[in-house]
Design a protein around this ligand. Structure first.
Ligand code: URA
Length: 198
């Protein structure tokens, strides 16, 4: 069995924080072990929790579209999350996303580190503040530092950009287009580095 598959099986039994009690299942990373780029999100959402796969819900569709526009083939990437269980609160029958706290992020961090050690990607991209702060430190500010390359032991090239769900939260089409254009521009920088690395 390869290293990532072993990690996935071990993570399925994880009880390192209380979120396993309310999540349906551990949503481990997905993609090829030979990926040159790893994308790290915050935590699985409702759809991801049900399907057991990262970024397959509405935010995943935005990510897919942006990757395509930037010329990055998702099937050649590895996509994962800083926290691998869905944290939610009930609103009527709906399960609403709740932000993971620092101890939940810290409890899940060894899985993320192990994924990165198994893959050894050329590029790591943090999607949103939770992933960026989990990997680059609490002082990291996506609003100020997005789209810049950060010195890190995680990989030769490390950067952060917005989370795709922030595009969905914009109120007008104009705002959505603007946010999407910025997201795609950040991903194009990643594509440029990937072309050179391959
Ligand atoms: N948001 C995330 O951060 N990760 C997912 O897998 C889905 C939505």
């Amino acid at each position: 069995m390869d290293e990532l598959e072993q990690l996935r099986r071990d993570a399925a039994e994880c009880r390192a924080c209380p979120l396993w009690q309310t999540g349906t299942q551990t949503v481990f990373g997905e993609g090829t072990a030979s990926a040159q780029v790893v994308f790290v999100g915050e935590q699985p959402g409702d759809q991801e929790d049900k399907q057991g796969r990262p970024f397959v819900g509405p935010a995943g569709r935005v990510l897919d579209e942006a990757l395509e526009l930037a010329g990055i083939d998702r099937s050649a990437t590895y996509v994962t999350n800083a926290v691998k269980h869905f944290k939610w609160t009930a609103r009527g029958k709906r399960r609403i996303h709740a932000k993971p706290n620092w101890s939940e992020i810290a409890a899940c961090n060894p899985w993320l580190q192990s994924e990165l050690e198994a893959i050894e990607p050329a590029v790591v991209v943090c999607l949103g503040a939770t992933a960026a702060q989990a990997l680059l430190g609490k002082q990291f500010r996506v609003t100020k530092q997005r789209g810049t390359w950060v010195e890190s032991d995680l990989a030769p090239h490390v950067t952060a950009t917005i989370h795709p769900s922030s595009i969905l939260r914009q109120r007008t089409d104009d705002e959505r287009h603007k946010e999407m254009a910025g997201f795609v521009a950040d991903l194009r920088l990643v594509a440029t580095v990937l072309e050179k690395a391959s």
